[in-house]
Design a protein around this ligand. Sequence first.
Ligand code: PEP
Length: 371
Amino acid sequence: MKQKTYNIPAITKFQQKYQTNKAKPQQLKIASINTQRGTAIYGNWKMNPSTVEEAVALSHDIMLKLDPYFKTKPATAEVGICPPSGLMTIVNGMLLDSRAAKPVQIGAQNIHHEKKGAFTGEMSASLVKSLGASCVIIGHSERRGGQSAYESNKQINQKLNLAIDSKLLPIFCIGETLKEKELGKKYDILATQLFEGLKGLKEKIKSGNEMIIAYEPVWAIGTGKTATSKDAQDTIFYIRRFLSHLIGIEKALKIRIQYGGSMNEKNAMELLSQPDIDGGLIGGASLKAPEFSKIVQAADVKQKIHQDEKAATEAIKQFNLIQANALERLQKAKISRSRFYDTTEAMLKDLKAKKQLQQPTQIEIKPRASV
Ligand code: PEP
């Protein structure tokens, strides 16, 4: 199979101080093809829509678009919507009322970092859970960066702890600003956010299913500027590799990592076809039922890739088997490998010269060392 190359920077000195394993950690070296993680497409409605009526209409439209798709076959992606907290119950009711084979999950956009108490205007993890949420967005850049709050990494860490304890699936958002990117600090920022956010969580993350991470470059959120699929893949691969230092390679391979930042119906398939991108966190496009539904369906590309990869692996296995058998026979006949290759190459040349080979052969045969 064609080997892909990725521009992943080495773990820097700055990032090394975050390695929690004293022993030299095992590093992920190649992109991890998503075979078991599954794909998660979640909509973040932010402070939209403006009324209950609009929310009901949007939920209805989304289900109208998704119902037929869900009915034809099991959906590839896990799907969820995170409306404003005041709309959670009503939207949840709409999604549950749907006849969809696979109901859409409901999530919150935030929880408070303390369990309960005198915190005017806030929502606790347990309340969010009892309102029907199964997940919660944590550390969104609009809350970290001062648009809604100035959340610190420490508070985000507390929220992640609370969410997992309350059996809510946190969607942990990380990402660099444009300035940080331009200053070449992207990977340091991501390492810091991961290290600080996941402090003390190593033991709570048991299977890897307890959390989703969303890589959301801040400069791409709501701007219409998307990271290129290669950039998004490279960065998410870096995140997974850094995670392997923090929580171990096996769990790092199981955690789903989404891309978020102006994902839309046009770029979703390209982004989702990257091996380490396990879904999307969708802002603006989740407010348009037809577009959101197309993004959900774009996740089918993952299944197709798995099938193709399986077929390719099988074909390679078969080819190697045939080759191995041929070599074994040659060895038994005490003919050297190089003679086998030389002979085969000579035969191919001969056939080409005689124009008996219409197509150039796909298999490149190179002489190897003698047995
Ligand atoms: C978001 O808010 O998480 C987001 C990704 O927004 P948008 O898709 O609009 O960029």
